[in-house]
Design a protein around this ligand. Structure first.
Ligand code: S3P
Length: 175
């Protein structure tokens, strides 16, 4: 890939809630001088309300529709880092668009590690339940085949954010 193509192509981060996408995206942004576009932020800006409220009032199907529009908007841009909500892979068209717009990295971790990272945080409606670990195990198993369609897998368990960002930059530079 030429340097020009490299600077235009998007860096897309996918993975389950708590896998470190947002922090890794921020780290990559400061290291590479690129902008982060978060699908969750696009949704909240468009709706002018938090995701918890969108889920509570309108339900998940409504959220997924706006999320699809957010993915289309983000993947229509170039030279950015796209921080995707964990559920974007549920719609095959989202993944297709994201893959066409850049290189997709899956930040992978076990259900137990993800649980440790999300425990006690209240901004994720799908995990505001009595047994979040079971929900994580179930949804992770359901989404795994889709996450694995990423171009690259980055193990996030036991790693620092800087370390993951380094690995991603290495992969971008090396092919
Ligand atoms: C979701 C992940 C969240 C957010 C919403 C639904 C999911 O984003 O989009 O709460 O279905 O996995 P993060 O992965 O950034 O937490």
């Amino acid at each position: 890939m030429s340097d020009a193509n490299l600077s235009e192509t998007n860096i897309v981060l996918i993975g389950f809630m708590g896998s470190g996408k947002s922090l890794t995206a921020k780290c990559l942004a400061s290291r590479l001088g690129k902008m982060v576009v978060s699908t969750d932020d696009l949704i909240e800006a468009q709706e002018r309300r938090p995701i918890t409220e969108i889920f509570a009032r309108e339900g998940e199907a409504y959220f997924r529709n706006i999320e699809k529009a957010a993915v289309a908007e983000a993947s229509g841009r170039s030279g950015i880092i796209i921080d995707c909500g964990g559920g974007v892979v549920l719609d095959p068209e989202n993944l297709k668009r994201l893959k066409a717009s850049g290189r997709v990295f899956y930040l992978k971790a076990s259900a137990e590690a993800l649980y440790k990272n999300v425990k006690g945080r209240k901004h994720r409606p799908l995990l505001n339940v009595t047994d979040p670990l079971s929900v994580i195990q179930e949804k992770l198993a359901e989404r795994k085949p889709f996450y694995e369609q990423a171009d690259d897998v980055i193990l996030s368990e036991g790693r620092t954010i800087e370390d993951m960002a380094e690995e991603i930059m290495g992969k971008l530079g090396g092919s």
